[in-house]
Write a protein that binds this ligand. Structure first.
Ligand SMILES: C[S@@+](CC[C@H](N)C(=O)[O-])C[C@H]1O[C@@H](n2cnc3c(N)ncnc32)[C@H](O)[C@@H]1O
Length: 218
């Protein structure tokens, strides 16, 4: 069966040295390939198309098809979910992930995907909003507060910055005031909200469904 670069079967962690994996085939010699990985194998969590490639080469390749979608997350209380948001942003080739507030964030959930993702820090919501204005990006907050627009039927702008809040306080009052609109994800159970990592995946995918060119997907 034909398989794509994000379908791993049989399950395996990475690939061995080039000579073992490709017996008799010449080694790639261009500078995009890392001699150490070619010698020792590549166990990184990257799609097969990026095996043995340097980090810079991978970032440069993703850069050719990054979306006009930016993600921001407020980080005033060191939310452990930020890593999940970054990993999901990487999967959807988001332009940049913006961390607002504290500079330090818990990288565990990112599973090293932050190495291939452009990240930018802003001290405050005001700084983020000024940056977004300069870049002609429309800021859409994502939260389930009164008066929100349902994400399920909202038309998201193409040049878009989706802004997420933290576990507990949610998107700050200042940020919601400054955003063009706040979109909510419909819920039907008893919980007041869903995990921000999950919410970010749903919202990013809503943008992808409206604006991405699926011919560029793996
Ligand atoms: C766990 S929520 C906390 C805030 C929430 N307003 C509350 O009352 O509990 C953390 C973040 O996840 C996102 N989120 C969670 N559930 C959501 C929903 N149903 N709709 C939109 N965003 C949601 C938002 O970005 C929110 O700021």
């Amino acid at each position: 069966m034909e398989r794509g670069p994000t379908e791993w079967f049989p399950a395996r962690r990475g690939v061995g040295p080039w000579e073992e994996e490709h017996p008799g085939q010449p080694r790639p010699s261009d500078e995009r390939y890392d001699p150490e990985l070619l010698d020792g194998g590549d166990s990184r969590n990257v799609v097969d198309a990026y095996r043995y490639m340097t980090r810079d080469a991978i970032v440069a390749d993703i850069d050719t098809r990054r979306h006009e979608l930016h993600i921001a997350i407020e980080n005033f209380e060191n939310d452990a979910n930020i890593g999940t948001v970054v990993r999901t942003a990487n999967a959807f080739a988001v332009a940049t992930v913006h961390i607002v507030g504290r500079r330090r964030w818990n990288r565990r959930g990112a599973m090293v995907t932050d190495r291939y993702q452009h990240l930018l820090h802003h001290d405050s919501v005001a700084d983020l909003m000024a940056w977004a204005r300069e870049q002609d990006l429309t800021v859409v907050a994502i939260d389930n507060t009164p008066g929100c627009v349902p994400l399920e039927t909202a038309e998201l702008p193409r040049r878009c910055l989706l802004l997420f809040g933290q576990e507990g306080p949610g998107v700050s009052e200042d940020a919601q005031q400054a955003a063009t609109m706040t979109c909510s994800i419909a819920q039907f159970g008893s919980t007041r909200s869903i995990n921000v990592g999950v919410a970010s995946g749903i919202a990013m995918h809503a943008w992808i469904r409206q604006h991405a060119d699926l011919r560029n997907a793996w």
